[in-house]
Design a protein around this ligand. Structure first.
Ligand code: SF4
Length: 528
């Protein structure tokens, strides 16, 4: 679309809504950093921004960092918004503000694509991925940027081939303000786990960018100031194993060319443990973390949610295999499954102890539209619309017991001594298995050294001097600092501190139990 001279020049304001405080937004880690204010750059909006005709002016505001100003609304001819269900209230509020300036509000992204009826106040709904609906939207705005008399819904029928995706407009953001940088390499997943909306929304045959695109995108991220880590946000990095095997040597070569400045992370199914050829290349490409949806250690439960592929290798064996390649596992866990019983709580805590996985996102089961779970619960009359509840599922166990179990699990899994102990164990059994990249002066740039020193100072002050778990902190940090492993102290404490504080809020009933909730919620702190 870029460069197509048929279009009148327009001014587009892309606004990313503030997140509601949640386990996965990491805001308790930010005060330990050198100025991070948001989790990850919003891929979808930055992609749309890059897709606009070349002569259109595009501005971008992430309201997790600052609030959009009246002058920016005044400037714009249309406002584009995207987000997840958990940001629904905030997206609706952005449309309200756009309408105060009588400009059209356009919404795209995962929430509207799954639930268009959540957004009656928007002028344009962009349902689905980048494709013919996007071209239609651009053509309509080019013809007439005023608000249409009634809502227009544009559905993508022909998706743009991912090999034609432009590089997201990273130049519009300040990467230093983000906890993690990210990159999307594929879309879709071949599995059909009962609770997951990815196959329904994005298909079962993963679509892919070319290795050359991925490398060009990494180069652009570096040009735009990338440091630290890049998270591949694909729902399943090995959804197409052959393609992953083709991509990985390019990533290894890129790391060699750029001096191994960046660590990589991704999401993948646990059965990657059966693929030593992939794991070896991931190790060589400096993948240090994989998020695996283990969901539950109970084989009967895995079967009931169609996640049998987690059992291709015994779970504990799979975890040890990944650790032996220097890869730390972060895991998703779901409570509230039909198979859960009162003893589920102890089984989960035993599993955490045995696996020594430091970070587990423990969510209450949530039925999302466009999932087999939604369809089944609808048939069984077990979907509950009630904004006071933590989940829209009528559990088999009593609701209060499930929520209390979730709170207890969060509180016990994230006692400071426990979570820091698991990180310490990773420093013994996992981190030594990583490659030792040759020294390159780009790793030790003044900028990186300064960032590291600021974070270390903040961590020592906030956790080791004025914090309320000083003893546990020093028991963890001292042996690592004595070995000179400052990086392990910083990376572990950033994550551990967030989950410790979040779990305290959760056990006090102040935090939401599902990152994927469709429940209407306010942003934790309004943007300033
Ligand atoms: S949960 Fe993961 S493996 Fe299962 S369908 Fe979703 S993306 Fe695929």
């Amino acid at each position: 679309m870029r460069g197509d001279g048929r279009f009148g020049k327009r001014r587009i304001l892309c606004v990313f809504p503030r997140y509601t405080k949640a386990f996965g937004t990491w805001e308790h880690a930010y005060p330990l950093t050198d100025g991070v204010q948001a989790f990850m750059p919003p891929q979808g909006l930055l992609l749309i921004a890059a897709y606009m005709p070349a002569d259109w002016d595009v501005r971008f505001v992430d309201e997790n960092i600052r609030r959009t100003t009246p002058a920016e609304f005044e400037w714009a001819e249309a406002v584009f918004v995207s987000g997840m269900h958990i940001q629904r209230n905030q997206m609706i509020d952005i449309a309200r503000r756009a309408h105060e300036f009588d400009i059209p509000a356009v919404i795209g992204g995962p929430s509207v694509s799954a639930c268009p009826d959540y957004y009656p106040s928007f002028d344009y709904l962009h349902v689905g991925e980048l494709g013919d609906a996007t071209d239609d939207l651009i053509a309509r705005l080019a013809r007439d940027p005023s608000r249409p008399p009634q809502q227009i819904v544009l559905n993508t029928v022909d998706r743009l081939d991912m090999s034609k995706f432009p590089i997201p407009a990273y130049e519009l953001i300040n990467l230093d303000k983000y906890f993690l940088a990210n990159l999307q390499y594929s879309s879709g997943c071949p599995y059909q786990c009962e609770f997951c909306d990815i196959p329904g929304l994005y298909g079962r045959n993963p679509r892919l960018k070319t290795p050359e695109q991925v490398i060009a995108e990494l180069d652009k991220l570096l040009e735009c100031g990338l440091s630290g880590s890049v998270y591949f946000v694909d729902d399943n990095f090995i959804g197409n194993r052959k393609a992953a095997l083709e991509l990985l040597p390019h990533l290894v070569a890129w790391q060699k060319r750029t001096g191994f400045q960046i660590r990589l992370a991704c999401e993948a199914t646990l059965n990657v443990a059966k693929r030593p050829e992939i794991l070896k290349l991931m190790r060589d490409a400096y993948f240090t973390t994989i998020f695996c949806g283990i969901e539950t250690p109970n084989p009967e439960a895995l079967k009931s949610i169609a996640k049998d592929h987690n059992m291709m290798v015994p779970i504990m064996e799979a975890i040890h295999t990944l650790n032996s390649y220097g890869i730390e596992i972060a895991s998703g866990i779901i409570l509230g499954l039909d198979t859960d019983r009162p003893e589920t709580e102890n089984h989960l805590l035993e599993f955490i102890e045995q696996s020594q996985i430091p970070l587990l996102t423990i969510n209450l089961l949530q039925a999302l539209p466009k999932t087999p779970l939604w369809d089944r619960l609808k048939r069984e009359n077990r979907l509950i619309e009630d904004d006071e509840r933590e989940s829209n599922v009528q559990f088999v166990m009593p609701y209060d017991e499930v929520v209390a179990m979730w709170r207890r699990c969060m509180s016990r899994a994230y006692e400071p001594k426990k979570v820091l102990g698991r990180y310490f164990q990773q420093s013994r059994v996992t981190y030594p298995n990583r490659i030792k990249p040759p020294f390159d002066k780009r790793q030790a740039s003044w900028r990186n050294i300064r960032r590291g020193l600021i974070m270390l100072r903040n961590i020592i002050w906030r956790l080791g001097i004025v914090g309320d778990y000083k003893r546990d902190f020093w028991a963890f940090a001292l042996p690592l600092l004595a070995k000179g492993d400052i990086e392990a102290v910083i990376s572990s404490c950033l994550v551990a501190h967030h989950v410790i504080v979040f779990s305290r809020e959760a056990s006090g009933g102040k935090a939401t139990a599902s990152y994927y909730s469709t429940k209407l919620q306010e942003a934790s702190v309004p943007a300033e």
